[in-house]
Design a protein around this ligand. Structure first.
Ligand code: ADP
Length: 991
């Protein structure tokens, strides 16, 4: 059995029909009702489906259902009935065989009455309607008065893109596109309520969000009481039409907007040429309204000279349909005449009839002005190119010919323009230049973005090249349509040369800096880092280049110097220019400190802020040390001068001015300010007896460079003699000429007196001991000589008397004895002489040592000549000494030198001063003495050589020693065996 319960949507419209039947039924009137013969089935069942009653028609129906009166209804039908029973007032439709029944269910106590009705014919009619409705291309709906959908066909659901079920029960307003439409719907519903039919366009929102436009035709539905039960409406899909309409509207708006926005005037005329629209831009230009423009009103703004012929021409055009193309003048709103280019075309229908005219009016005054401006600008450019201070030329792309060249090019290259036009551009370039040119032009052709600048060399007529910075323009076409490029070239030859020179100089400068003996470095104040340092910097600090560059500048300075450094930068920033060459203490890599002077040349950025400095540093550690030593020495000297009471004086040899310090003045007992300050004044202070030797010594010092070292007395004051020792040196000027005579003087009066006293005492001692020695020597010489004489006399007697009796050996022995006695005699004499050095010495006088040497030379003349020895001597000073002993001293030393020298050698007498002593020397080139005997030879009777070879007594040097010692001096020797000997003796200068 097919289930025939209709879809609620389908059932609802039938309700009305069903209700008609139901109303006729004797509801709940029991089975004894005379309506029992009702042709419509009536059944009563209990809740289990047991059939309690069936009328005739009911029983017929039971048969169809294969149930018996008093039995059970098929359970499926019972279920449907029970279900329908709860759905109050809703009839139940059931299909039995090929008939349709509608059942009204009425529940009673313990039973359910079922009133059936055969609705087959109604259902069939309804099917036909349904088919019509379902197949209709229109969306059909029934809605209640509030717009709630009671029914809708599939088409309507499809139009909205929803399923039917999704729409049913919802309100039309739920699907309306936007709010104003909703308001519209409200209005529509009110119209329908009033019984009016409504037609309107509605915009729905489809499930997929797209709009759906429908044409809505609705009529209200009323029940038998005239109550408005709902509305029946049909929706025709007009979305496509709406879309086209909207498209059209938009495009019209667009065109209108274009018409309004562009400067062209746009106009439309009817087929006969009457204006019906003019764009605002045109109306604004000529200053009239649309009304004034309409028809042929636009003609009123034409230039009087143009008016007639323009209108005439327009009439011809509109008659013949030929295109409108004319230039005429309109009076603008600004009062000026505007040249207007007018163009129009006819718009025709499908049959070729003119519908209207559309056209534009273009104000070409600005174009005309622009043309004029263009002409002027071109002239300007032409002049610019012609006279520009740069080389400008146009050439074809192949570089085979110049198309234009300017004056500067001719002047720069030395060609006339005719010559240039006959030259191939590429021939003026070197290989590199040609390559650059070709590449650049290729890139230009391909429209590549290239760096435009390039440096090339261009050949001049005289064979030289200029350096040029070129800029190749875009490719254009020349007057005769050949593609070309314009090139601007700047002559940078001079700049290049300067650059080159600069580079050279920079290189030299860099080298110079690198190897400069001073530390040179560059610093960046912002980072407090070194930018560069030179070799001397590395040597000074002990840091390598790499180490220096990575370190903080401030770490190189001691805390104190750091503060000075920062302060200096700050001060400079504030505009104060501090002194240059400030001293800093640099902490070297090994931790030691180097004193340096840094000279800074500051570097500024564009805002004038200090950003760095170039610094030259000098290591003054050594200088500082010397300065400190000097200061110390100065202090010591001052102490010494003060304590030693040493005065200083100075004679300027050029001006003869003598300057004395305070001490000298005091020593000379001068009242301050009384000294005349000339050399003459100075001499006046000296004792007359000492003056000549002072002058002599001074002269020697100045002329021969021998330092002055002398003692003199001042002119006695109050019978008191004052002794002064003075030493002085000649100081030369930068050219080596004596410029100053700088000296010191010491008051030695006290010393002199003390020494004299001491000497007296010593002399007494010495004299006593010497006397003893002499007595001994006398006794020795006398007493020893007597027996010696006896030995030698008797030996000689023996030789004479017994000569024939003695053999050769005896003679020889006798000879030895004689010689021995003779030698002993000499030695005794020598000893006597030695002893007399102390006792027979004379008093000391001033002795000129040059004279002494001269006298000795006379004595030894012959011996010198025999051996062909050459004797030379330095200039010797005066000494205070025993003259004879000086002769003896020099003679002993010289005769030894002669004795121990081979022929033709040299002997020299030298002189020097040392620390208050005269030092004399006698140098020979003889046999020399081994160092081990240096002391021995000065002892008495000590000889190193056999008598047979070098005769002598071995007493000469001991006498020398004794003489020198008597004069408070010393004697010593320097010698090398085989290379000669030098004997030195010193004599004190102060005695
Ligand atoms: P003598 O009478 O032997 O020269 P001296 O006392 O003068 O006695 O010298 C002692 C010794 O010193 C000499 O015998 C000689 O060996 C050595 N002597 C002295 N003068 C020289 C000299 N100029 N060169 C080498 N030897 C010397």
């Amino acid at each position: 059995m097919a289930k025939s319960k209709s879809e609620p949507g389908n059932r609802t419209p039938r309700l009305k029909i069903m209700q008609g039947f139901a109303d006729q039924l004797p509801l709940n009137k029991g089975i004894d009702n005379p309506e029992f013969n009702n042709p419509n089935p009536v059944l009563r069942i209990n809740s289990e489906g047991k059939i309690l009653y069936a009328n005739e028609a009911g029983r017929h129906l039971l048969k169809i259902w294969e149930a018996d009166d008093g039995g059970l209804l098929p359970s499926s039908i019972t279920e449907e009935i029970l279900e329908a029973g709860t759905d109050k007032g809703m009839p139940l439709e059931i299909k039995c065989r090929n008939r349709f029944f509608s059942f009204n269910i009425v529940s009673g106590k313990g039973f359910i009455d079922i009133y059936g009705c055969d609705i087959t014919s109604v259902t069939e009619r309804e099917d036909t309607y349904r088919k019509i409705v379902e197949r209709s291309g229109e969306g059909i709906i029934i809605a209640d008065p509030d717009g709630k959908f009671l029914f809708l066909n599939q088409r309507f659901a499809d139009l909205l893109g929803y399923g039917q079920k999704e729409i049913l029960g919802r309100y039309g307003a739920d699907f309306i596109y936007d709010v104003p439409e909703v308001i519209q719907t409200q209005k529509t519903r009110n119209q329908l309520k009033r019984g009016e039919t409504v037609q309107q366009e509605i915009k729905f929102k489809r499930k997929d969000g797209r709009p759906l436009w429908t044409l809505y035709n609705a009529s209200p539905l009323f029940d038998s009481q005239g109550k408005h039960t709902g509305n029946l409406a049909m929706h025709t899909d007009i979305t496509e039409r709406k879309k086209i309409e909207e498209e059209l509207k938009r495009s019209e708006q667009l065109y209108r907007a274009i018409g309004e926005s562009i400067d062209y005037g746009i106009w439309i005329c009817d087929a006969e040429g009457r204006n019906i629209y003019a764009s605002k831009s045109y109306l604004n230009l000529v200053g009239i309204t649309q009304e004034e423009c309409s028809e042929f009103g636009w003609g009123n703004t034409l230039h009087p000279d143009d008016a007639e012929k323009t209108i005439e021409a327009w009439k011809v055009c509109s008659k013949t349909g030929t295109k409108w193309d004319i230039e005429h003048r309109f009076k603008g709103a600004d009062g000026k005449w505007h040249p207007i280019l007018a163009r129009g075309i006819p718009i025709r229908d499908d049959n070729g009839n003119i519908l209207m005219w559309a056209g534009i009016n273009l104000d070409i005054s600005s174009i005309k002005d622009a043309q004029e401006e263009l002409r002027r600008s071109e002239e300007r450019y032409r002049n610019l190119v012609k006279f520009a201070p740069a080389v400008i030329f146009e050439m074809n792309l192949k570089g085979t010919k110049f198309l234009t060249v300017n004056d500067t090019m001719c002047n720069t290259l030395g060609h006339t323009s005719e010559e240039l036009l006959a030259i191939r551009p590429l021939d003026l370039l070197d290989a590199t230049g040609r390559m650059i040119f070709k590449e650049r032009i290729k890139s230009k052709i391909h429209g590549e973005n290239i760096i435009n600048d390039a440096e090339i060399r261009i050949l001049k007529k005289n064979g030289e090249f200029i350096h040029a910075l070129i800029n190749i323009g875009n490719i254009t076409s020349s007057a005769d349509n050949e593609p070309s490029v314009t090139v601007i070239a700047y002559d940078i030859t001079e700049r290049k040369q300067t650059e080159e020179a600069l580079r050279e100089s920079e290189k030299r400068f860099k080298e110079l800096i690198k190897h400069a003996p001073s530390a040179i470095f560059e610093i960046d104040f912002e980072k407090m880092k070194f930018i560069s340092v030179n070799d001397a910097f590395c040597t000074l600090t002990g840091y390598s280049w790499d180490e220096a560059l990575s370190m903080d500048i401030l770490n190189l300075l001691t805390a104190e110097s750091k503060a000075v450094f920062l302060n200096r930068i700050n001060k400079f920033s504030e505009g104060v220019r501090p002194d240059d060459g400030v001293e800093y203490q640099v902490v070297k890599k090994d931790g030691t400190i180097a004193d340096t002077i840094l000279n800074m040349a500051f570097k500024f950025n564009n805002d004038g802020k200090i950003v760095g400095a170039m610094v030259v540093g000098h290591d003054i550690t050594q200088r500082k040390k010397i300065e400190s030593n000097l200061r110390e020495a100065q202090a010591k000297l001052n102490i010494a001068l003060e304590n030693g009471n040493i005065g200083i004086w100075e004679l300027d040899l050029k001006t003869d001015v003598v300057i004395m310090d305070d001490r000298t003045e005091r020593m000379f007992e001068l009242k301050p300010g009384t000294f005349g300050k000339t050399y003459h004044d100075f001499e006046k202070l000296i004792h007359e007896e000492d003056l000549s030797h002072f002058q002599k010594a001074s002269e020697k010092a100045i002329t021969k460079g021998i330092p002055l070292d002398t003692i003199f007395r001042l002119k006695p004051k109050n019978d008191k003699t004052k002794y002064f020792k003075s030493k002085a040196l000649v100081i030369n000027d930068t050219e080596g000429n004596p410029s100053k005579f700088l000296g010191v003087c010491i008051d030695v009066t006290g010393l002199k007196e003390g020494t004299a006293h001491l000497e007296l005492k010593l002399n007494e001692e010495l004299l006593r001991s010497n006397k003893e020695l002499e007595r001994f020597a006398y006794v020795a010489s006398h007493d020893l000589q007597e027996p010696l004489r006896m030995v030698s006399s008797f030996t000689q007697l023996l030789q004479q008397r017994y000569s024939d009796k003695l053999d050769q050996n005896a003679h020889e022995y006798i000879q030895f004895a004689v010689e021995g006695a003779k030698r002993m005699h000499e030695q005794i004499n020598g000893l006597l002489e030695y002893s007399r050095v102390g006792t027979r010495g004379r008093s000391f006088t001033r002795v000129d040592m040059n004279q002494i040497v001269g006298r000795v030379q006379v004595v030894l003349e012959r011996r010198l000549e025999q051996k062909k020895l050459k004797l030379t001597s330095d200039i010797l000073p005066d000494v205070i000494a025993d003259e004879n002993q000086m002769i003896q001293l020099i003679q002993n030393l010289l005769s030894n030198a002669i004795k121990f020298s081979d022929p033709t050698k040299k002997i020299h007498i030298g002189y020097e001063t040392d620390d208050g002593r005269h030092i004399f020397s006698v140098r020979d080139e003889g046999i020399g003495i081994d160092e081990q005997y240096f002391d021995r030879i000065f002892e008495m009777f000590q000889r190193l050589m056999p008598r047979e070879k070098y005769e002598g007594t071995g007493i000469g040097l001991s006498i020398c020693k004794r003489i020198v010692e008597r004069h408070h001096g010393e004697i010593w020797i320097k010698s090398k065996l085989g290379e000669g000997s030098t004997f030195y003796f010193s004599l004190p200068q102060v005695i």
